[in-house]
Design a protein around this ligand. Sequence first.
Ligand code: ZN
Length: 411
Amino acid sequence: MLKRTSEVKVMRDPIHGYIHVELQVVWDCINSREFQRLRRIHQLGGDFQVYHTAEHTRFSHSLGVYEIVRRMVKEIEEIAQQLSDYDKCAVMLAGLLHDIGHGPFSHAFEAVSSCHHEQFTQDILLGNSEVHQILAEADERLPKEVADIIGYRHRNDLLNQLVSGQLDADRMDYLLRDAYFTGTSYGTFDMERILRTIRVHGSHLAVKESGIHSVEDYIMARYHMYWQVYLHPVARSYEIIISLLFARMKAVWKKDPSFFKGLEMFVPFLNGKAASIEALHRLDESAALYGFSLLEQKKDAVLKDLASRVLNRRLFEYVEDREDTYEKIKTKALQKGYDPLYYVHRDHVTQRPYSPYKGRQDTHVIWIVDEKGGLNELSEKSAIVNALVDAKVKEQQLIYFPVELMMDQQK
Ligand code: ZN
């Protein structure tokens, strides 16, 4: 039997009103050093450079995902009936801990380090960490079960879908939270209505047909948030400079490791080997930004300049990548003494709002239960979603470079 807290702990939250904690193991995980570190990782990489209030962290998002899972397993009757208290606890913990392996500036950092946050998350849950100890002490099966749910390989498929399906707690929280903290209205949708209409059909999580309008709204929210927030060219510019900064650090490290005296926090991520969870723990955004301020004073001109760009928001400009634009910008860079490797960057992104066809079926499909109890894929029931599935994939093909390249005076 899992121990309860002496009273229900509540934390105020602008998205959910309150976060409720009633299990000691959940409370202990929140207080672990690995979870507290998430306070020092922004939820939205470079978006606070565009939306100045997007300062929220992985910490608040993780609490939010936990709260949605908690409500799903308590309030959605068919789920509540099917799961044991132990399963409920495991899936709530998976919601809480699903992002625990994130590095600084999430995707910018991941693009250059050889380890991904999914792997770090597994390593923290299963390895030598406070979180692992807390889980194992509560129940020795918990570390592996929680890791399995987050890795989408738990034997009970329902648990996998609650945390990372198509209508999962993770996406619902980040869409609502990111919309709130960016101050955009695109990401909002009626989560209450979705929760009220979720059903269990065999091993699938599905939505009652009467809830289809709120699901359409959710798909549209996702689509708009991608283009307005997640793939915003200015936020990407910030993230691209960070990834170029790491690329340059790697090159410098190869030639002269002694350059990194005083910058040891970066070293485990420069040598191409898998970094330890302790190295990840040390490199939060506070440490990375401090490192950048030290780089600003170092001798390498490229590192100095890129670090200063990050700290002072001197971001790269961008133009559409057409015909010979890339070659032209590269030539300009060379003429002006900029190494194109670190100063001209091609970035192509595409995004589909909802595509039921790619990859493992369950992870990509939203199921609708019709009045007769039959299971239908969402686009069969929704004309709006069907149009989106058939529509041309939206693409963004840009080239990033310093604005100085287009100015006439010499560097
Ligand atoms: Zn998440």
